[in-house]
Design a protein. Structure first.
Length: 520
């Protein structure tokens, strides 16, 4: 009976963790409008009522972003796109804790600390809209658990190895950074996990044999990764020093690597875990899970509990957390032209693993800590739900702008003010993609420009300024003729278009700090 109650409590906590995704009509994620636009294009690539067939084609190449785009596109056959996307995000948030619980169980540890990872599903990477990376984290935890079970569960070793192979390929199809973590984490588990045959065998070959299944399970993902690296690095890099989204030099050259100092990383580590709102309210759930983890640490060290097998094996979980933390401190922030925002993303991975590494406590203490973890999920739900709803009210301006947008628009986004009064991130940066998706059009900036997108332009790329962050570089004479809609935010259209507003252009909508200008 207590176990059934514990499972029910765990399930309720997971529902509380995903509830904020469903209480607001708009989610505060910077890149989400771009992602949804590309998924819409992928789903309606042959739709003549849109501009998609004219401008886009499938890339037909292996890219690490295939998993998210194609999975949500498939769900879109059954559900509206935004509902399908929320369902995917819900699976990610719940999956972060569930996959961590699977790993903890594989390591012979209690699973209650996995609930402490719920707040880390949100935060910096979520707010930027790094959906592919976020979704790869539960798969990475699942890979670690499958790897351990392949080593330790002899009767089902082949089945676990097959699951490991599929899961590792899935990680690569979502994001390469989680794959890189596994390149270090899985060897750590290999060398620190005892297998049952070790008790009865001696010699190198005898010890390697029971581990071959786990190594075989890793092989398909490794081969796929090597093929992707050869394909990606085999393409000539466009070197343009100082320009955004371009390499500034050869791949690993000093001019192409941008590092943060140790002091800056140290100062930012805790802040990036909960930095959504201006009022800092999303830090309270972080403090709550931190408090529960500290209590668990004290109880585990002072009073102890059942110990996982082996003097080294008990530190396997902590070792994974240390590896992720080392990646946060040691990797560059940018590899220009290839990977951006590199080291910062590992903060969430490290935090989830570290809080789940609290020492094993007595079962009675574990039950109390489970209830405390569930209480922190209540706080998370209330705080994020309130903040998401506040942002949704602010973003309601998108609905009025969409209503004034014609079908098949060519939208130029001139976003001088991309900030929010609720959210700390530039969540209005890609507002033009909201209009383009709703009416089947194109924008001046699209992730189809990037090599990790499953889509590409079939002809000339729409003319635009070098960076979507610098609308002041817009030149109407060389760029404006292509577009029939101009979304301006943070500046009056008269300042940009002047006398053209009286002749060839007209303001058709004005809401909040945004204007929609259309060609007459």
């Amino acid at each position: 009976m207590p176990e059934r109650t514990d499972r029910a409590l765990y399930a309720v906590a997971l529902l509380l963790g995903v509830a904020p995704l469903w209480v607001a009509s708009a989610l505060p994620m910077v890149d989400l409008p771009q992602h949804l636009h590309l998924i819409s294009v992928l789903h309606r690539l042959d739709d003549p009522t849109t501009l998609y067939p004219e401008f886009f084609a499938a890339r037909n190449a292996l890219t690490p972003y295939l998993g998210y785009y194609y999975l949500v596109s498939a769900l879109n056959w059954l559900l509206p796109l935004e509902v399908a996307n929320r369902l995917f995000l819900s699976a990610y948030v719940a999956g972060l804790s569930l996959s961590l619980a699977f790993l903890l169980r594989a390591l012979g540890r209690p699973t209650w600390p996995s609930l402490l990872a719920l707040p880390f599903a949100y935060g910096d990477s979520f707010a930027w809209g790094f959906v592919n990376y976020c979704a790869s984290l539960p798969l990475a935890f699942l890979c670690c658990g499958l790897f351990v079970r392949t080593l330790t569960e002899v009767p089902r070793r082949r089945a676990w190895a097959a699951g490991l192979a599929a899961c590792l390929v899935a990680v690569l199809l979502f994001h390469v950074q989680a794959f890189f973590f596994l390149a270090l984490g899985l060897p750590w588990l290999l060398f620190t996990t005892p297998v049952p045959e070790d008790r009865d065998t001696r010699g190198f070959r005898a010890r390697v044999k029971p581990r071959l299944a786990a190594l075989a399970g890793v092989l398909p993902g490794v081969l796929l990764f090597l093929g992707w690296v050869a394909l990606r690095l085999g393409q000539p890099a466009e070197i343009a020093p100082g320009q955004p989204w371009k390499a500034w030099g050869p791949l690993l050259s000093p001019e192409n690597l941008a590092y943060k100092s140790f002091e800056q990383n140290r100062a930012e580590f805790l802040s990036v875990l909960a930095n959504l709102f201006h009022d800092g309210s999303d830090r309270w759930p972080l403090y709550a899970v931190g408090g529960v983890a500290v209590v668990g640490l004290v109880l585990g060290l002072a009073l102890g509990g059942p110990r996982p097998e082996g003097p080294v094996a008990r530190f396997r979980m902590l070792g994974l957390g240390v590896i992720a933390l080392a990646l946060f401190f040691l990797l560059p922030f940018d590899i220009r032209g290839y990977i951006y925002y590199l080291n910062t993303r590992y903060a969430h991975l490290a935090a989830a693993l570290l809080v789940a590494s609290v020492p094993v406590t007595r079962p009675s203490h574990g039950r109390l800590l489970l209830w405390a973890s569930a209480a922190s999920a209540v706080l998370l739900c209330l705080v994020l739900g309130r903040g998401f709803r506040a942002f949704s009210r602010e973003a309601s301006e998108w609905k009025q702008l969409v209503a004034a947008t014609a079908p098949k628009p060519r939208v130029m986004g001139l976003i001088y003010d991309f900030h929010s009064d609720v959210v700390r991130f530039p969540v209005f940066l890609h507002s033009a993609a909201v209009l383009a998706r709703a009416r089947g059009g194109v924008t001046n900036f699209s992730f189809a420009l990037t090599p990790h997108s499953p889509l590409r332009y079939v002809g000339p790329v729409p003319p635009t300024f070098p960076s979507e962050w610098r609308p002041q570089d817009f030149d109407y004479a060389s760029m404006g003729g292509f577009y029939d809609h101009f979304l301006v935010r943070g500046a009056h259209p008269a300042r940009i278009f002047g006398a053209r507003l009286e002749t060839e252009l007209a303001v058709v909508a004005h809401t909040g700090n945004s204007w929609l200008v259309r060609r007459r």
